[in-house]
Write a new protein. Structure first.
Length: 130
């Protein structure tokens, strides 16, 4: 498969068991996705039951694949009973300028008007209103 057509994706998932992570990663690899980053799976308690489960194992992967492979991944994961939920997104594009430290630009200070007392301010207002 040519790498020109591949894009970066992130998939987050909830699994029924810790052992099903190997099957999950195997499904991605079998379909042609190249995993280049993965977060260790952690157990968490769910706010509400999903497919009769109170807890699940959450994790996420970053992978490269072509759009047609992603379609196949979605179809395969929808059929997998060990996958409670999953979400595939494209991470935001990192700009080259974002890697360089930003210089803070401070606005130039304008000369401020002299501070007037209440009496001087009243006199100025009376002059303007005349």
């Amino acid at each position: 498969m040519d790498t020109e057509n591949k894009k970066e994706y992130e998939i987050s998932f909830l699994l029924t068991s810790l052992e099903s992570e190997k099957e999950f990663a195997g499904t991605l690899a079998k379909l042609g996705a190249e995993i280049f980053y993965q977060k260790p799976v952690a157990e968490l308690r769910l706010a509400y039951k999903i497919k009769k489960h109170d807890s699940a194992y959450f994790g996420f992967y970053h992978f490269k694949a072509s759009p047609d492979i992603v379609k196949g991944v979605k179809e395969a994961l929808n059929l997998n009973r060990n996958v409670l939920r999953f979400l595939i997104i494209t991470p935001p594009v990192k700009l080259a300028s974002a890697e360089q430290p930003r210089q803070q630009v401070r606005p130039e200070r304008k000369e401020t008007a002299p501070i007037l007392s209440n009496e001087a301010l009243s006199e100025k207002l009376e002059e303007i209103l005349k």
